[in-house]
Design a protein around this ligand. Structure first.
Ligand code: ADP
Length: 491
C-alpha cells in the first residue's frame, strides 16, 4: 500500500519562497510521488499566493484552533502542483500580510500565534477526515511547523496513533524563540516546557520542540548534521542534537532539473548544453548589458545570488573586495535581506561602477539569468546547511568558488590541478578567500583547463531521486516497517 506522506512547510515553490526550504518543499513531494508515495502538502495561505492568482477551491473544511483565551477558526483551500494536492490554511488575520515572517525591520510580533495556529490547523484539518488525507508520516520543516511533532506526542496522541513525524532542520540559526508567557497559546501540557522538552534558557524554542519530539530528525547535508553537534555551529542546540544523535541524519537536498537546466530554461536569453555552449556566451553578453558593466566578454564574470544575511560570509567578502576587484573581473550581485548589507553592496557598486552590478531585490528570473551568464559563482558562507545555488551553478557550467562548510563542503571538491568540480577554501578569512579566488581566475585564463572543469561541473548529478529514496528509508525506519535500521548514506 502506498505510504501516506504529509509535508507541512511554511514555504513551498511555486507558491511562496524566501529561501532554499521552498525549493525543497516544492520538489520533494514530486520525487516521493515518483517513488510511489501518496503525498499532500500543507502551507499557510499568504497574501502573495492570492496575488499570484493561484488556482484553488474552498474545501468547505473549517478548522477550530484554541489559542490562549480565544478560539479561532480557519478555512482550508485546495490547490495543486502538478497533480499533488496542496492545502492552504487560511486565516487572513495571520497570513494576509506583505511578508512571510516579518518586514526588513524585524520579525512579526505574533509569529508564535501565527505558526502555532498553522501547526495545529494542519492536524485539525487531517483529523476531521473530510479532506481524504491520511498521514502515516508528517514531514515537518523548520521552526514554523515544529510544534506538530510535539502535538502528536501530547494532546493529539489519541487522534494520530499510528502517525510518525520527521522533522527537517534547514537552518539551525532560526529557532523560533519566544517568551515563556506565550506558552499557553500552544495548548501543550506544561510538562513539555522543560529542559528535556522545548525550554531553552527560560524561553520557548520551537525548533527544539521539533528536535526533541519528532521520531526522526534530519538536516540538509551530512556535513551540516555533524557540524550542528558542535558548539561552533549548533547555536546552543548542540547538546540536544547530540542526545538525539541516533535519530539524526543528513540528507542532501536534491535539485529540480526541470526548473534548473540551461538546456530547457525558458527564463534565460539563450539555451545551451555541454554539446553546444554558444548560448552561454550569449547569456553572458546579455547579463553584462543588463547590469551595465564595462568589462570585456573575455574577462571572468562572477555571480552572487543570496539572502543578504551574516551567515553568507559577506564580512570577509567586504574586506576582500578591494583585492578581488583588482583582478580584472566583473561581478553581479542579486540579493535582499539585512539593511546593513543593502548599504554595503550599494556602496561597493558606487566604488566599482564599471565592474560591479548590484540589484537589491528578489527576482527568480534574474537568478536564472545570473546562473547562466556568469563564469563563476561565489559562496563564501560562514555556514551553509546545504546551499542550492552552488549545485544549480554546476549544471549551468558556472564554476562555484565556496568555503568548505556544510553542504558546500559535501558538494564541491577543490580543483587541485583538475581533480575537483570547483574551488574550495577552508579558513574563514579574507586571506583564504582572496587566495582561492585568484587561483580560480588563474585557471579561467587557461582556456583548455577551464573548459575541462566546466565539462566536469555540468556532468554532476544532484537530482532528487537519491535524496527522496533516503527520506523514504527514514520514513520506513520511523514506522518500524523496514527489516533493519537504515544504514547511513555514504558520502
Ligand atoms: P538559503 O536557503 O540559506 O537562502 P539556499 O542556497 O539553500 O540558501 O537557497 C536559496 C534559494 O533562494 C535559491 O533557489 C536562490 O536562487 C534563491 N534566492 C536567494 N536570493 C534570491 C534573490 N534575491 N532573488 C531570487 N532568488 C533568490
Amino acid at each position: 500500500m502506498a505510504l501516506n506522506v504529509v509535508i507541512a512547510s511554511p514555504e513551498v515553490v511555486p507558491f511562496a519562497k524566501t529561501g532554499g526550504l521552498a525549493d525543497v518543499a516544492g520538489s520533494l513531494p514530486h520525487a516521493l510521488k515518483r517513488l510511489g508515495c501518496k503525498v499532500s502538502v500543507f502551507m499557510p495561505l499568504y497574501r502573495e499566493i492570492r496575488e499570484k492568482g493561484v488556482e484553488m477551491e474552498a474545501t468547505g473544511v473549517e478548522v477550530t484552533v484554541p489559542l490562549g483565551r480565544r478560539t479561532l477558526t480557519g478555512k482550508v483551500c485546495r490547490g495543486e502542483t502538478d497533480g499533488i494536492p496542496v492545502y492552504f490554511i487560511k486565516r487572513d488575520e495571520f497570513f494576509d500580510r506583505s511578508y512571510l515572517y516579518g518586514t526588513p525591520e524585524g520579525d512579526y510580533f505574533d509569529n508564535l500565534e501565527r505558526f502555532t495556529f498553522f501547526s495545529r490547523a494542519v492536524l485539525e484539518a487531517i483529523k476531521v477526515d473530510k479532506l481524504g488525507v491520511k498521514a502515516d508520516i508528517i514531514h515537518c520543516h523548520d521552526w514554523q511547523s515544529a510544534l506538530i511533532p510535539a502535538y502528536i506526542k501530547d494532546i493529539y496522541k489519541n487522534s494520530f496513533p499510528g502517525t510518525k513525524t520527521v522533522f527537517t532542520i534547514h537552518n539551525i540559526a532560526y529557532q523560533g524563540l519566544f517568551p515563556y508567557y506565550l506558552f499557553s497559546y500552544t495548548g501543550l501540557s506544561g510538562k513539555l516546557f522543560s529542559m528535556e522538552g522545548m525550554e531553552f534558557w527560560g524561553k520557548i524554542n520551537l525548533l527544539k520542540a521539533g528536535i526533541v519530539f519528532s521520531d526522526i530528525v534530519t538536516t540538509v547535508s551530512e556535513g551540516y548534521s555533524k557540524e550542528i553537534q558542535t558548539a561552533e555551529y549548533g547555536y546552543g542546540l548542540e547538546g540536544v542534537l547530540k542526545s538525539r544523535q541516533k535519530h539524526l541524519y543528513g540528507v542532501l537536498n536534491g535539485v529540480d532539473y526541470t526548473h534548473w537546466n540551461p538546456a530547457t530554461d525558458e527564463l534565460i536569453p539563450a539555451r545551451y548544453s555541454l554539446k553546444d555552449l554558444k548560448g552561454k556566451k550569449a547569456c553572458k553578453k546579455e547579463l553584462i548589458k543588463e547590469f551595465s558593466l564595462k568589462i570585456k566578454t573575455t574577462e571572468p564574470l562572477v555571480g552572487i545570488i543570496s539572502r543578504l544575511a551574516d551567515q553568507k560570509g559577506f564580512d570577509i567578502l567586504a574586506d576582500a573586495m578591494e583585492d578581488i576587484m583588482k583582478l580584472d573581473i566583473g561581478m553581479v550581485v542579486l540579493g535582499t535581506g539585512e539593511k546593513k548589507y543593502h548599504r554595503l553592496f550599494e556602496e561597493l557598486a558606487r566604488l566599482h561602477p564599471e565592474r560591479l552590478g548590484v540589484k537589491i531585490t528578489f527576482d527568480n528570473a534574474m537568478a536564472h539569468r545570473i546562473e547562466a551568464g556568469c563564469d563563476m559563482f561565489l559562496m563564501p558562507s560562514k555556514y551553509e546547511p546545504c546551499g542550492l545555488n552552488q549545485i544549480y551553478s554546476l549544471r549551468y557550467g558556472t564554476i562555484p568558488v565556496v568555503r568548505a562548510t556544510g553542504g558546500l563542503d559535501d558538494t564541491i571538491r577543490d580543483y587541485k590541478g583538475g581533480l575537483g568540480n570547483g574551488f574550495k577554501f577552508r579558513e574563514y578569512s579574507k586571506r583564504a578567500l582572496v587566495e582561492k579566488f585568484k587561483e580560480a581566475v588563474g585557471v579561467y585564463k587557461d582556456k583548455k583547463a577551464w573548459e575541462a572543469l566546466r565539462e566536469k561541473a555540468m556532468k554532476e548529478d544532484y537530482s532528487w531521486e537519491r535524496s527522496a529514496k533516503r527520506y523514504l528509508e527514514l520514513y520506513d525506519s520511523a514506522l518500524g516497517t523496514e527489516a533493519t535500521a537504515p544504514v547511513r548514506a555514504k558520502k
